[in-house]
Ligand binder design. Sequence first.
Ligand SMILES: [Zn+2]
Length: 346
Amino acid sequence: MAGKSLGERLAAGPVICAEGYLFELERRGYVQAGAFVPEAVLDHPEVVTQLHRDFVHAGSDIVEAFTYYAHREKLRIIGREAQLEEMNRQALRIAKDVADETGTLFAGDICNTNIYDTADPASHRAARAMFDEQVGWAADAGVDFIVAETFSDAAEAKLALAAIKAARLPAVVTMAVHRAPVTRDGMTPEDCCKMLADAGADVVGLNCIRGPKTMLPLVERIVAAVDVPVAALPVPYRTHDGEPTFQSLRDPHCDCLPGEMPFPVALDPMTCNRFEMAEFAKAAHALGVRYLGVCCGAMPHHIRAVAEALGRTPPASRYSADMSKHAFFGTDKSLKAKNREFSREL
Ligand SMILES: [Zn+2]
């Protein structure tokens, strides 16, 4: 598949995209929860390279530059605005190197600005300027396409899309839907995605915030409403009707949280296992989703489960579980019978 464009790969079959780098590098100790700025790009570039490699090894078809939240507003709040361009260009270089060495697609990434305000036209111009500068650096780096993600407002997503289209690049645009199943500016997900597809988005859909169970019903409606490929990249958490987002999840089994909310650093007990993520991939694919991934919380074993559920055998499948060789639970005839019998005591 190396060398093919996003459009050609989508025409040939589903495409897998690992996201959620902030959460994974936070767990590994290279990103600070709260501001969630990808400072590791400058401070520990080698761990960003390794994370990209880990996700490709597990089955990602795309290496996305780690520029989520590497924008002017986020760098301002951590006092590193002077390094905005350096951070973006370095993130793009790191991602391009891994995409080149692995034959995967190389994507730029822009996202929610956190300054956009429906009622304030000046904020619209400022957001557009933030998109334009990041899209410009991505275009310079030679990206295959740009992901514009995690937008709560339909109109902000449309501004991001316009910036990408002005650079004549393909655009994947995905919305973040919170507790209420509408955008912050009041559109249904399907109307919003139809609007974005009509405005030229090459792929539309949802990412982040909702886990598989509470994202899939919305995605089904999007597939029915648009003619372009649809994306679904849930967070790997067990959200449900009563707690549909990862911010609304509560953990009744833990009494030592510093507040009510397990989000963002104590969601571990609600994490979907690999079998649940495989079920998500199968269900999403059956609904017609063609761009599948996992957002905040994603780990490489989740991506491998998605890939294998779609019939792939990424390099990491070499090490997929085989319990037949387990000393106690295994079935291999050469294992000690005494240990196998003892398995009932474990
Ligand atoms: Zn996310």
